[in-house]
Design a protein around this ligand. Sequence first.
Ligand SMILES: Cc1ncc(COP(=O)(O)O)c(C=O)c1O
Length: 1006
Amino acid sequence: MKSSHVPLSYHPEKLKRELKPFYIGADDKDISEMLKTLGLTKLEDLYAHIDDSVKMTTVPMAKNLSYEELIAHVNEIANKNKQKISFLGDGLPQYAVTEVVGPICNIRGLTTAYTPYQPERSQGTLQTLWIYQSLIAQLTGFEAINASLYDRSTCLFEAMNCALRLVKDSTTIVVASTLYPGDIEVLDTYSKETEMKIVRAPVNAQTGKLDIEALKRILNTTPQVAAVAFPQVNNLGNIEAVDEIVDLCSTSNIKSIAVVDPMLLGLGGLKAPVKFGTRMQGCDMVVAEGQHLAIGPNFGGPGLGIFGIRYNDQDKISIRSTAGRYVGKTQDLKGRDCKALILSTREQHIRREKATSNICSNQSFVATAAGASILARGDEGFEKTLKLSRGLAEKAAEALSQFEGVELKFRGSPFFNEFTLKLPVNTREFITKASQAGLQVGVDVSTRHPEISQENLLLMSFTDIHSENDIETLVHFFGTQFAKNKTATPALKIPSVMLRTDAPEIPKLTAKDIIQYYEKLGKQNLSPDDGIYPLGSCTMKYNPYINDYAASLPGFTNVHPEAPIEDVQGSLEVLYEIQEQFKAITGLPGVVTQAVAGAQGELVGLKMFQAYHRDRGEHAQRNVVIIPRSAHGTNPATATMAGYDTKVVDGKAYGIYTVEALPNGEMNLAQIKEFLKTDGHRVAGVMVTNPNTAGIFETQFKEMSALIHAVGGLVYMDGANMNAIAGIVNLDKLGVDAVHNNLHKTWTIPHGGGGPGDAIVAVSHRLLDFMPGIQVVKKDGMFDIVKPAKSCGSFHRHFGNFAHKIRAYTYIKALGGAGVQKMSQVAVLSARYLHHNLSKSYPTLPAQAESSPRMHEFILTLSPETFKKIEAAGTPKTNTIARIGKLFLDFGFHAPTVAFPEQYGLMFEPTETYTKKELDQFVGVVETILKLVNEHPEVLKTVPHFTPIDRVDEVGANKNPMFCEKITSHLPDIIADRVDSEKLRNSTPGDLCDHILKTHQITVAG
Ligand SMILES: Cc1ncc(COP(=O)(O)O)c(C=O)c1O
């Protein structure tokens, strides 16, 4: 390794899976034996049932890089970014990253685990989220904090939608134009074509704050208003009159949604939103960006959408209208305190068109890191940070106001640690000069508000990353540009009514204690490192360490998305290259990198469809989206969110049109044809998962696409299952117009205990002009950004979850075209091999699809006799599948996906990560489970037996939810495993059966 390369913090040669070619478990011998078992001769035979006309022969991509080459390559790109003294902020302030974050990012049990669906085996993630929720509750004063949403802008949209549901007959949200413009653009994009109307409340040009008189006029004259969304610190750095705004909302009987900065709510900071209003009645909902609580700017993401709502004796109902999921305190069957996911409006739980939000993956891991960082700061840390930030801002404001023509623009408005300067020269040119002098001096806000035009304005941010020296450097630079000939204007004192008066009482723990505690929590989860993690549809494969290494390079993590373009060439190169990689992988000509999760990718797709139809004057008529019944819950939820309202009027169906499956597990194309005959002109598009959620390739996809195109509709492919066909099937030839790739599935970014996910959306030539966000282009060896001609808007305030793009990019570089193909082939081979072995003892679903070749996953069920035996032993049929899932925990494995997409199904997806030996051992476990429940069906009443806690009462947890507790220096207790998972996996299945039986008998005996 060159000395300019950041050293690795791990030893790849000591890791079981890190140096395997393409991270594939099976070697050549394994592959040929598995093929032989299946009666095949080569990997290509696995795809014999797919028409050659839709296949790609090679993936047009450079050869893969070796491990050493990869290390050099990512360092080289990171070093192309220029790190300078930065006063950028603008809604993404940069604070010092606490020392606990690095070590916590290395706890694989926390980073690589899936969403905690099985609470008995995921207390680790559940506890970290509980701590996060509780600490944010302490900072904001709100009782119920969501377990995280994507980021501030989409979180705000969810809050606004929630307000529409809570205020009867409402349609309109008043949005302060003093919110960040990147957020407002997302709100506009999301709300277009939906029932939500947005009215902007203007800024007052003199105060640089929301114009309260104008707001009053809007509220007096606008019908059906549900809420006002407003910031505490606005997009010019000024502190808004939050009390007046909340009072106005209270008297108008509408909801107040405050957008705050959680960092500024610490001891010594600003007033908590629970106390906004002259009667300290508090606002109704709170929204915030929390990225900077945990990590550096990372070119804009992953973010952390913080959402809170009141939950107290006066209001226990509103929370039921909110999006996403919460972690709640509950008890297991033995009465032990534990945590579980509650109030989930997501995934399998989403009731198709009844869903109110499509959010599925959230930002769990950023929330985890934020919680740990809050503990590392404690009240005293916050106070120190805020004192320093405020002090440096005051000092800079005073010093800079001495230069000729330089003024604090809003002298009468208090600010905390960000302010707007008026300059005597063009701001853009000034920023360029500063950059040449080694300073990212601030953000040009000259055109931010039409009410304050014709002035050269610069927004600057001061935090604990700055020192006195940095301020001196800044002042010195101003001195090189302007004469120092005025007396200093002191910064306005912040009125006490705007400040926090009480302590949030955040305990301060040592880094050592925090890390040890989180390491223990990591051990309560499972990781794909440990062994097969068979969750179907989730693609729980190995997440290479080198991806995290690349993403953690300071050249990437410290870069702000609003830095001058010359300073961020490395980050733009990653985005440009990943666009090219996904063009090669999908065969499609356009790529959007902005979506932060699969579900958001779906929304990107539908919004592009709408823009396309609007452009052709057909949007109003195209009011139907065709979706198969087996689709993941996010597909119909996305269609609903995009404004496709499912209803029947005069016998005509609008919104989602559901397609049933054929007995062979594929979609019923004849049903689609029938519908198109009469209603083709009304079809906006289809959303089809391929391979579908039964693990079966839709062999009629190409024909379906042609039919949809013939009636003027568009084709969305849910690409969550790309791990089966990446590099094998050309999606352009398949007729796909838009497809999302979940980077946290096929492309190896860690699941983070539920997120952040990430997505790449590839598009056909039809949609190139309508792509959202930015495109990175290469001109004369430099990377630049452009917006497509008829862009459908924006889905992220910046460039999406950028740090995850680096991970996926690094992975694909390690694979090259041949590796991508082999990855898919071995994933399919492993699944088909497991299916072949297990279908000898288990019936499979769909019931008549025995002859349909399975791709990356498959569904097993139980025979009617086994169901009967189990029912006779006391477990109702409706609970049986979930209980079988829990039995996997007793064998040291994660459960397969239970009861989705088939109510009585267990869905398995092994991925390409594991060796034949591991697959064979797993077959042994799954067969033993069947034998056990046939011989001793009673054990299902007490499963699981060896996890730290017994089965959790999830129904009870939802009835009387508890969302937080006061976190003290004695962190919530961790209950130890009864038997360690590794020990369970290393036991023989027969011994485990005896152990399970004995434990069951002891449990029953009480
Ligand atoms: C088939 C399918 N579609 C969509 C999604 C949603 O993706 P995300 O969780 O990234 O929003 C998933 C996630 O599990 C999925 O399996």
